[in-house]
Design a protein around this ligand. Structure first.
Ligand code: HEM
Length: 238
C-alpha cells in the first residue's frame, strides 16, 4: 500500500473515532442514574448509546445499541437481553433498569471478575480490590485466551475459598465463560483473543469505551458463532 493511501486511511479512521466521541461523549453517571453489574451495559449508558439514566431500557433499544456501538450481531445478543429482561421491575416486561440485573441467580452470579459476591453485600459495584487480583494476570499489552482463562480460574478459586455460601453450578459456569468470551470478542482479533489490555482495563475500571486510546468499532460483525467459539476456547484453556 502506498504511503498516501495509508495516510488517507488513517485520516478516515481518525475522523470516524472523533465522530463517535462527539456524538456519544462519555459522562459519569449522576447519583440518580441506575447502573448494574455489567461493565459493557454501564459503558453504553455512560456514552448515551442507551438512556444515560439506565432506566426503562427496552429490549429492542439495547439490542440495537450493542450493534451500533460494538457490532455484535442482534441474533447473538437478543436472547441474552431477553433473559436479562426477566429481572424487570419496571412494570413492563419489555423494559428494565440496568440495576434490575443485580438480581442474583438470573445472570448475576458469584465469582465475578470485578464485583464481589452477594454474600458480602454489594454484588454490582465495580470493586477495584477484586479486579486487581484479576488484572495482575494481564502482564502483556494484549490478553490471550490462555491468560484470560487463567485469570478467570484464579478469581473463581479465590471467590469459592472466601464465600462460605459460594453458589456456582452449570448455569453460572456458562454465563461466566461467555463474559470472558465477550470481552475478548469485543476487543480482540476475531476468535483469536488478544484483546488490548489497556482497552479491557478501561472497560472494567472506567466503564467507558476506549475511543481515546484507539478503539474503533470493528467493521466485521461479531457473530454468535464467534462468541461460542471463544467461550469454548476459554473453557479448554482453563
Ligand atoms: C454486548 C456485549 C457485552 C459485553 C462485552 C459484556 C461484558 C460483560 C463482562 C466482561 C462481564 C463480567 C463482569 C465481572 O465478572 O465482573 C459482564 C457481566 C454481566 N453482564 Fe454483560 N456484557 C455484554 C452484554 C450483556 C447483556 C446483553 C446483558 C443482559 C442484558 C448483560 C448482563 C450482564 C450481567 C447481569 C453481568 C453480571 C454477571 C456477574 O455476576 O458477574 N451483559 N458482562
Amino acid at each position: 500500500m502506498q504511503v498516501t493511501t495509508l495516510l488517507s486511511l488513517a485520516a478516515v479512521v481518525t475522523t470516524a473515532i472523533a465522530g463517535v466521541v462527539d456524538t456519544h461523549p462519555w459522562k459519569a453517571p449522576t447519583k440518580n442514574d441506575r447502573r448494574g453489574p455489567c461493565p459493557m451495559l454501564n459503558s453504553l449508558a455512560n456514552h448515551g448509546f442507551i438512556a444515560r439514566s439506565g432506566k426503562d431500557i427496552s429490549i429492542d433499544q439495547l439490542v440495537n445499541a450493542i450493534e451500533e456501538a460494538i457490532n455484535i450481531s442482534p441474533n447473538s445478543t437478543r436472547p441474552v437481553v431477553e433473559f436479562g429482561a426477566t429481572t424487570s421491575t419496571t412494570g413492563n416486561p419489555n423494559t428494565f433498569h440496568l440495576s434490575d440485573l443485580n438480581k442474583h441467580g438470573v445472570i448475576e452470579h458469584d465469582g465475578s471478575l470485578s464485583r464481589n459476591d452477594l454474600y458480602f453485600g454489594d454484588n454490582h459495584s465495580f470493586n477495584s480490590r477484586i479486579y486487581d487480583t484479576v488484572a495482575k494476570f494481564f502482564t502483556k499489552s494484549t490478553i490471550s485466551i490462555e491468560t484470560a482463562a487463567r485469570a478467570r480460574k484464579a478469581r473463581l478459586a479465590a471467590a469459592a475459598a472466601a464465600n462460605p455460601q459460594f453458589q456456582y453450578g452449570e448455569q453460572e459456569e456458562t454465563v461466566s465463560l461467555f463474559e470472558t468470551a465477550l470481552y475478548l470478542a469485543t476487543f480482540g482479533t476475531g476468535t483469536q483473543g488478544n484483546a488490548p489490555t489497556k482497552y479491557v482495563n478501561i472497560l472494567f475500571r472506567e466503564e467507558r469505551l476506549p475511543y481515546k486510546e484507539g478503539y474503533c468499532k470493528p467493521t466485521r460483525v461479531i457473530s454468535n458463532d464467534d462468541i461460542v467459539e471463544l467461550a469454548d476456547k476459554v473453557r479448554a484453556a482453563a
